[in-house]
Design a protein around this ligand. Structure first.
Ligand SMILES: C[S@@+](CC[C@H](N)C(=O)[O-])C[C@H]1O[C@@H](n2cnc3c(N)ncnc32)[C@H](O)[C@@H]1O
Length: 276
């Protein structure tokens, strides 16, 4: 019997805390194998739970840093991993400072999927093997024109290559979640297209998808506050009309990047009082 089942037996998972523990040993092993961890690599885990995944990661990695918010779990984990190559970081993954890490491997708390992914992507790391709710994973990987193409697709794909590696059924967890899950490989890389102002680019994408059924011309005027731009009505007439006729889901990441750069130039001129 694997050691982790012993600890799982002590713990009553609390669904309100996103506690769905992965108990299928085959899937746990597959996740660790895919992560291809070497002895000179440090691994970050988010949401330790009973330490089932942690234990397998620790066998491969130089060091495992694992973040857990539930104090009752932390007390058990500190005992379990005493004197090992595992450091338990107590706290909310959205608030604590991440240590330096080479790879991140986690069965994420789904309620923080989006925020924690963007927090991760601000770090410099080689690879992420991350479990998400299946629908969320599909939005991460969707391409322009596909039904799941969304703000998340554009933003995540700006920072990384993303790929669904396997679907995971609810029965692999205890207690089973109501949703299917999927393991995603996240490989950070420089963006395929450059942007002059990343914050403006992301705000533009948010504004567009906030009103995804509207043509961009209207979505951008209505969402001008998201970008912090005044006089948007006049500005949209100076943006490419073919793009302004499209809806958010029809615009590719490269086109958003070009639009954001154009807006940056137009607003920079206005700010400095120069006219074109
Ligand atoms: C889906 S469980 C995964 C547990 C374990 N790694 C596994 O694979 O079975 C998510 C874990 O994250 C913890 N958690 C939830 N929200 C968190 C947060 N904001 N920061 C850190 N841990 C969190 C929960 O207490 C739970 O133990």
């Amino acid at each position: 019997m694997p050691a982790f089942t012993a600890l799982t037996a002590f713990i009553a998972p609390d669904k309100r805390k996103d506690q769905h523990f992965l108990i299928d040993l085959n899937i746990l092993k597959k996740i660790v194998a895919i992560a291809d961890i070497h002895k000179d690599e440090d691994v970050l885990e988010i949401g330790t739970g009973p330490g089932n995944l942690t234990e397998l990661l620790a066998q491969k990695a130089r060091h495992v840093y694992t973040i857990e918010m539930d104090p009752a779990l932390v007390a058990l984990l500190e005992e379990k991993f005493k004197g090992s190559n595992v450091t338990i970081i107590k706290g909310n993954a959205l608030k604590v400072e991440f240590p330096r890490f080479d790879k991140v491997v986690a069965n994420l708390p789904y309620s923080i999927s989006s925020d924690v992914t963007f927090k991760l992507l601000k770090n410099n790391f080689k690879l992420g093997i991350l479990m998400y709710q299946r629908e969320f994973a599909q939005r991460m990987i969707a391409r322009v024109g596909e039904p799941d193409y969304s703000r998340l697709s554009v933003d995540v794909q700006h920072f990384a290559d993303v790929e669904i590696l396997m679907k995971v059924p609810p029965q692999a967890f205890s207690p089973p979640p109501e949703v299917e899950s999927a393991v995603v490989r996240v490989t950070p890389r420089p963006a395929a297209y450059s942007v002059k102002d990343r914050a403006l680019f992301m705000a533009l994408v948010t504004a567009a998808f906030t009103q995804r059924r509207k043509r961009l011309r209207n979505a951008l005027v209505n969402g001008a506050h998201i970008m912090g731009i005044h006089g948007m009505k006049a500005l949209v007439s100076r943006l490419p009309p073919d793009l302004m006729d499209k809806r958010a889901e029809e615009v590719s990441p490269e086109e958003y990047a070009a639009l954001a750069d154009r807006l940056y130039e137009l607003t920079a001129h206005e700010r400095s009082g120069l006219s074109k």
